[in-house]
Design a protein around this ligand. Sequence first.
Ligand code: AMP
Length: 427
Amino acid sequence: MKCEAGASDNAECGARSADDCQLLNPQSIRTPHSAIHNQSAIRNPQSAMTPPTILPGAIVGVLGGGQLGRMFAMAARRLGYRVHTLAPEHDTPTGQIADVEINASYDDVEAVRAFAKGVDVVTFEFENVPAAAAAAAEAHAIVRPNGRALAIAQHRLREKTFLADHGLPVAPFARIDRDADLAAAMAKVGCPAVLKTAAFGYDGKGQVAIEKPDDLGPAWETLGRREAILEAFVDLQREISVVGARTAGGEWSPFAPIENEHLRHILDVSVAPARIPALTAALAVDVTRRVMEALDYVGLLCVEFFITRDGRLLVNEIAPRPHNSGHLTFDACRTSQFEQQLRAICGLPLGSTEMFQPAAMANLLGDLWEGGEPRWAAALAYPDVKLHLYGKSSPRPGRKMGHLTALADSASEAKARVLQARAALKG
Ligand code: AMP
């Protein structure tokens, strides 16, 4: 999945500009940079010997308004930080928790600039922010992760090329940018394969399966003849993910690998710890560390992996933000992925990622509302199951509305439990 931000309630904010919007919540306005240790380092990061620590009380800016930002904002506010968010929609899942919600397009470089000036550090919950916006933010605030990491992670070709160049395992792939590339790509990658748009693809969108060589031309037409990547189809045994965090000082900490099951290309259920050989788990964690070091990454990142039927580990993609599979860390770990993101971008010591118990998470998509409001009380009757809802008002099919988490003595029991609770929602 390339992106998980999902707020899209389209009511207008009513404010004409970022500054107008801040006035809607004047209580939360304060001067940024007042809670930062090592001020000179902020103004000129290059001159700093020690990376600055951004202390509680400072303002954290989140680009994006979806559920990832919402849970990040919850963690940040618990630690006494102020949160500002910028997204094109109004009353977003993040905005409902943040101190200040700014309603502007990511293409509105002036709005992004004003936003960055008003905060101490900027982070993302949505990676498809244009490079110009990330650069505008970087000119006025500390931005974590850096624009280069974002540029690589938001473009499948740059991402796969970066991974291959660093000796990290990926499925065979080739670039398609014009008709003349089709035959060479097919010769390199073979069949079956998957054709994906290079940019703005997520949750299986912008993907076409290629069963035979003759499918490739029409598939490229279907994708609008846009720059694309042809990837070998991987005979999957399992999919796993590793979420890790890294500070500017180079401290790094991974969560245990998580096992993921998709339905119609959308994450359905995650289970942790992943039921995989210890060696595969160690390798996945090591690849994640190498990705973060190669990107000089500060913040939290998720690497999604394929495990092939013959046991090989391949990187599918990199998400430069918290990940849907890591939602279970909210209830199952000493430190959630969201708190860890905050600690990493603020230069605080990273927390323990130890799990209290094996856990499972089941997504709640808009489809669940087809027969009316889900039976919340029936799921909550499972005392060991936690319900998370993202405050979205229109439950469209495929839209991520919330999730359930269960803890149990084993990963398999946790999975069975969370699926029972989700089934109970439908009655
Ligand atoms: P993506 O948006 O690239 O993460 O793709 C969504 C899902 O489609 C993945 O989690 C896999 O289940 C499946 N998928 C994507 N690429 C491949 C591939 N090359 N081979 C097999 N399955 C794939």
